[in-house]
Design a protein around this ligand. Structure first.
Ligand code: PLP
Length: 412
């Protein structure tokens, strides 16, 4: 009997996490097997561990244009964000306000909400427009003599929208405040140069660029006062106590070097695949809408809202067909709730529940995109039932806007 070759799943959810690169795994393995030494030990057992921490620090620094001494290893993006925000509040005397955006990751927003509730910290949450762009007037107005820190992400995880971090950092400094940017989705996907952006703190996370989970880094600019989140031993020059996650950091370092290389060699290819996906969706579903700032976003992210469609249902059906994507809603108290990002963008109700995020990585190829495009109409038909009505609507819309369409509808 002929054996069926298993079909490779199509993974288009890189903003959730990425596959560990085999070279990053190889860099980790010695420290999970024979090399058990503590990097703080003075005897020979600690030397390989100490050396790999140094190499990883150099690789992470090179990825973001920082100095090695400015890198503090953490357990990931969440810890880095918490450490930056709490440090600013602890060190900025007489300043107890935070400025942030409505579309930050919960690793920023949940902490800010907790600080507001438990410590009475005033948090200015700056709104965004329909494309997810920051309201710059509101940002300027919120900064003042009481601002300890402005924390605005480099790139949004749901829409890929990029923020003008260079200008945002300068404005924060003019007000005498520190500036932190959550670059968890940006590092390894777009050039991040801390020589051009005067951020005081920057967070990144290995698992978004083919490194291991549970490890990341906080950049702390030289000369910036720092109060550690985790206190204890003298590791990380007193900035993050606890015996280092040596294997994880080895993987982070290798992943950072690989990301720097792929950033140069693979970004245009990934953006081309994303554009092909969007063009294909535009032909199949003329009423679909691209979310986010289409002129200024990550090259790997396509956030699409399907009009009057249950996006969550669509992604479940796509998953059954071997295509992994994310949705823009989540189940809260038995009800579907659109994400805080889409709500902040004030999407029409018809679009709010129909958002699906396709996020690509260097692992994807043209076949993945064609397979996703082939699965979408089948999933949509299953979701909406045999759909003479939907077909009729789509066909009428297609007749009004004949293919080939240059691009999808953009949110005004
Ligand atoms: N910040 C952003 C923008 C993210 O997308 C994520 C993860 O999804 C995080 C922070 C949290 O990073 P980690 O999973 O490393 O804690």
């Amino acid at each position: 009997m002929l054996q069926k070759t298993p079909v490779r799943p199509v993974y288009l959810d890189a903003n959730a996490t990425t596959r560990l690169d085999p070279l990053a795994l190889e860099a980790m393995l010695p420290f999970l097997k024979g090399e058990f030494g503590n990097p703080s030990s003075l005897h020979g057992h600690g030397q390989p561990a100490k050396a790999v921490l140094g190499r990883a620090r150099a690789a992470v620094a090179a990825l973001i244009g920082a100095e090695e001494s400015e890198i503090v290893f953490t357990s990931g993006g969440t810890e880095a964000n918490n450490a930056a925000i709490l440090s600013a509040l602890a060190t900025q005397e007489g300043r107890d306000e935070i400025v942030t955006s409505a579309v930050e990751h919960p690793a920023v927003l949940a902490l800010c909400a907790h600080l507001a509730q438990s410590r009475g910290i005033k948090v200015h949450v700056i709104p965004v427009d329909g494309c997810g762009r920051l309201d710059m007037e509101a940002y300027r107005a919120a900064l003042g003599p009481k601002t300890a820190l402005a924390s605005i992400m480099w790139a949004n995880n749901e829409t890929g929208t990029l923020f003008p971090v260079e200008e945002l950092a300068d404005l924060a400094h003019e007000a005498g405040a520190l500036f932190h940017t959550d670059a968890v989705q940006a590092a390894g996907r777009v050039p991040v140069r801390l020589s051009a952006v005067a951020a005081d703190f920057l967070s990144l996370s290995a698992h978004k660029f083919h490194g291991p989970k549970g490890v990341g880094a906080l950049f702390v600019r030289k000369g910036t006062a720092f109060s550690p989140l985790i206190r204890g031993g003298k590791q990380e020059r007193g900035r993050r106590a606890g015996t280092e996650n040596v294997a994880g950091i080895a993987g982070l370092g290798a992943a950072a070097s690989l990301a720097a290389w792929h950033l140069l060699t693979d970004s245009d290819r990934i953006a081309g695949l994303r554009d092909r996906l969007e063009a294909g969706i535009a032909e199949l579903f003329p009423h679909a809408t691209v979310l986010g700032d289409t002129s200024n976003r990550l090259p790997n992210t396509a956030s699409i809202a399907f009009d009057k469609v249950d996006g969550e249902g669509l992604l479940v059906l796509l998953a059954q067909m071997g295509v992994a994507v994310s949705g823009g809603s989540a189940c809260a108290s038995g009800m579907m709730e659109p994400s805080h990002v889409l709500k902040a963008m004030k999407l029409k109700t018809d679009l709010l529940f129909g958002a699906v995020r396709f996020s690509l990585s260097r692992d994807n190829d043209a076949e993945d995109i064609e397979r996703a495009l082939a699965a979408l109409p089948a999933a949509m038909d299953k979701l909406c039932g045999p759909t003479p009505f939907r077909r009729a609507v789509e066909e009428a819309a297609a007749a009004l806007h004949p293919a080939p369409r240059a691009s999808l509808r953009k949110v005004a």
